[in-house]
Each structure stands twice: as C-alpha cells, then as structure tokens.
Design a protein around this ligand. Structure first.
Ligand code: FES
Length: 56
C-alpha cells in the first residue's frame, strides 16, 4: 500500500524505517520525506508508524 503518493512511500518502507530506529513523525519525515509535499498522507503515515511501533 502506498501511504505517500508524492514521495512514493509504502507502508513497507515505513515499517522498514521503524526497524531501523525511527520512532517519531519528524524522524520519518527526515528519512522518507513523508508528508513534506501536499501533506495529505500525514494521518495515514502516523497510523502506520504507530502500528509498526506497537508490532515492535
Ligand atoms: Fe505525502 Fe503528498 S501524499 S506529501
């Protein structure tokens, strides 16, 4: 599933970033540029980030 269309970021990419140590939205933004264009993906990216963190 693509979370961020502007930067072509999938939920898998977010999970991978989490496995590499990302724990917050600002870190995710820095690594994958999620939400830095139109911003529409912000809440979806946040949900995927939270789920990934909960899954460990
Ligand atoms: Fe993520 Fe536009 S869809 S910034």
């Amino acid at each position: 599933m693509i979370v961020c269309v502007c930067h072509n970021v999938s939920d898998r990419k977010i999970r991978q970033a989490v496995s590499e140590g990302v724990t917050t939205m600002p870190q995710l933004r820095e690594q994958l540029q999620v939400g830095t264009c139109c911003g529409k993906c912000h809440s979806c990216a946040k949900t995927v980030l939270r789920e990934s963190l909960e899954e460990g």
